[in-house]
Design a protein around this ligand. Structure first.
Ligand code: NAP
Length: 335
């Protein structure tokens, strides 16, 4: 084992990710604390949340210095004396602020999830998969035979939302920004992909879905959120999980009548979902186990973006790639 390793740390808050971060060298303890394990990172997941953390605008406080990267799978390389359930060579899934963009991570053995094999696919379940699963069912009260609209549908989270909404027996509309993404969405079973750079999303919804959409799962915010609100059906639910269209700038100031003017007559609602508040709840474990089962049965096919990003330095490029909206599927950094 090396005595030092590298990690990515936000040292100042900035909306320019590269300006916010620094690659730092840290010491690796020779012998872990009795309850801890040392994990060598194999794959780290890239999330839009990285941008908010670097900007100091995440859903939880992230005072600097703040290590970045919130999900990874890795291999145990050392165990403390009290650790009985894991040994060197085992694979584990970890999430939590700061666990991802680093060569090694030392953590209490109780906070990791043992997995049989390491793969980007299983890692992609821990934030994107769980957010889609919990957000759609618990917050969105997803049922069957409804029309479900998903924004950023070809991204790390949206791709799970479309697959889960299809598995539940719904008609699914997904927004995205390129023909390649449209192809991915078709392959995932999306009934009506909308490339909003080629088609007018408002017009498509108005002409093809005149009765409105029953459930919206939105991580884009801004104009797509506004259009979705306008097209909610009676009893429609809109679950907002984020607003990446605004992450590069200050909040857009909008002046218009209060939202109840649009919602009350339709009995429609806007809800929000924050995965952090579920991690310690039993539902998170239940939903993760269901997702792993669906993955093993071949019913869930995580799309992993083909771009190769390598190591701690590569994680900066990977986050900027996601920020430019170039990704199709989950963006992964390999170590
Ligand atoms: P992602 O979907 O893999 O990547 C972001 C995607 O957003 C891009 O590929 C892009 O796809 C789309 N996008 C639309 N407008 C954009 C804009 N103006 N700038 C950049 N991208 C834009 O990312 P993710 O990590 O899965 O996150 C997606 C959303 O879910 C984010 O808002 C994130 O904060 C949220 N999220 C929330 C939670 C929670 O617990 N609340 C958990 C996970 C994720 P197109 O170009 O195809 O539109």
């Amino acid at each position: 084992m090396p005595t030092v390793y590298q990690k990515l740390t936000a040292i100042q808050h900035s909306k320019n990710f590269r300006d916010a971060v620094q690659i730092q060298t840290a010491e690796l303890p020779e012998v872990p604390h009795p309850d801890e394990i040392v994990v060598k990172t194999l794959y780290a997941g890239v999330n839009a949340a990285d941008l908010m953390m670097a900007a100091g605008q995440y859903l939880l406080p992230t005072p600097v210095p703040c290590d970045l990267g919130s999900e990874m799978v890795g291999q145990v390389v050392a165990t403390g004396d009290n650790v009985g359930n894991l040994k060197s060579g085992d694979y584990v899934l970890i999430n939590g602020i700061g666990c991802g963009y680093r060569d090694y991570y030392t953590i209490n053995a109780r906070r990791v999830i043992p997995i049989p094999q390491a793969s980007p696919e299983i890692m992609s379940l821990s934030i994107g998969g769980l957010t889609a699963s919990l957000g759609l069912s618990l917050t969105g009260e997803m049922s069957s035979n409804e029309t479900v609209l998903i924004t950023a549908a070809a991204g790390g989270t949206g791709q799970f939302a479309v697959q889960l909404a299809k598995l539940a027996g719904n008609k699914v509309i997904g927004t995205c920004s390129s023909d390649d993404k449209v192809e991915l969405l078709r392959s995932l079973g999306v009934d009506r992909p909308i490339n909003y750079k080629r088609e007018n999303m408002r017009e498509v919804l108005k002409s093809e879905f005149p009765r409105g959409v029953h459930l919206v799962f939105d991580g884009v915010g801004g104009e797509q959120f506004d259009i979705a609100v306008d097209h909610l059906a009676r009893f429609g639910r809109l679950v907002n999980i984020g607003f990446i269209s605004e992450y590069h700038a200050e909040p857009e100031q909008v002046t218009r009548p209060r939202i109840y003017y649009k919602l009350l007559a339709k009995n429609a609602s806007i809800r929000t979902f924050n995965l952090n508040l579920y991690f310690s709840r039993p539902e998170a474990q239940e939903h993760l186990m269901r997702l792993v089962g669906l993955l093993n049965e071949g019913q869930l096919n995580p799309a992993i973006d083909p771009a190769i990003f390598q190591g701690v330095a590569g994680s900066i490029d990977a986050v900027e790639y996601l920020q430019r909206g170039e990704n199709t599927g989950k963006v992964v950094v390999r170590f």
